[in-house]
Design a protein around this ligand. Structure first.
Ligand SMILES: Nc1ncnc2c1ncn2[C@@H]1O[C@H](COP(=O)(O)OP(=O)(O)OP(=O)(O)O)[C@@H](O)[C@H]1O
Ligand SMILES: [Mg+2]
Length: 208
């Protein structure tokens, strides 16, 4: 039988904190390191599904089968979908940006949770909310506590706003699909920017 995959979620109840962006980039990073990675989109907005599809088409993601994708729709039975999921070394979950049952189900599955925080006050309160829920679940979980770590995201937001006119918004998959302005596609630039942060996040997660 295959070894149990490492399960990781990127989650906060603050909308627009970069969950889907980090999900896709982190999944791509793992896959590039040779880990068979399954990106599981549990958000009804399907942002990471669109990111995945667009990025695959653009050749920004590994196409050798190391990076796979699974959509879990709101009406799906979570356990059934996981039972049918392709084999992977790592599962990485995109959870929607509000408190809901699916988020709780995902947390129960996870070996670690990364909480993106952006420079806005409500991002901190949302992060605390996630941490509180994780602590509660941890008390009852037979596998033991769920490690979690905050990851700063979007700290270069102001600089990016200034660059918008020249190079376009960095990474909205719907709006940016056909826009290449600049030497490199903004999504590719964002991917490069995220790599350093992801290493930091993994380092922090490893400290817990
Ligand atoms: N590090 C970053 N640098 C620049 N732009 C970023 C970065 N992270 C996210 N963004 C941009 O911020 C916006 C929101 O990101 P994203 O959709 O990943 O957030 P989210 O937390 O998944 O949102 P939601 O709560 O709606 O699911 C997107 O337009 C994305 O391109
Ligand atoms: Mg999202």
């Amino acid at each position: 039988m295959a070894a149990k995959p490492l399960s990781l979620a990127i989650s906060t109840f603050k909308g627009g904190a970069g969950k889907s962006t980090l999900n896709v980039n982190l999944a791509a990073e793992f896959a590039q390191q040779g880990h068979r990675t399954l990106l599981i989109d549990c958000d009804e907005q399907e942002s990471s599904t669109r990111w995945y599809n667009v990025s695959m088409k653009r050749g920004l993601l590994p196409t050798d089968g190391t990076l796979l994708h699974l959509r879990v729709a709101p009406g799906d039975q979570f356990r059934d979908r996981l039972a049918d999921a392709p084999e992977a070394d790592i599962r990485i979950y995109d959870v929607g940006g509000y408190v809901h049952q699916r988020a709780i189900e995902v947390y129960h599955e996870c070996d670690a949770v990364l909480i993106p925080i952006i420079p806005e006050p409500t991002a901190a309160t949302s992060a605390i909310k996630v941490a509180t829920i994780l602590k509660e679940i941890s008390k009852k979980r037979p596998q033991g506590p769920i490690p979690y770590a905050a990851i700063w995201n979007y700290v270069d937001m102001i600089a990016l706003k200034h660059n918008k006119v020249a190079s376009g918004s960095p990474c909205d998959p719907d709006e940016r699909q056909d826009s290449h302005g600049g030497d490199r596609h903004p999504q590719e630039q964002s991917f490069q920017r995220c790599r350093g942060r992801l290493r930091l996040a993994l380092f922090q997660a490893g400290q817990h």
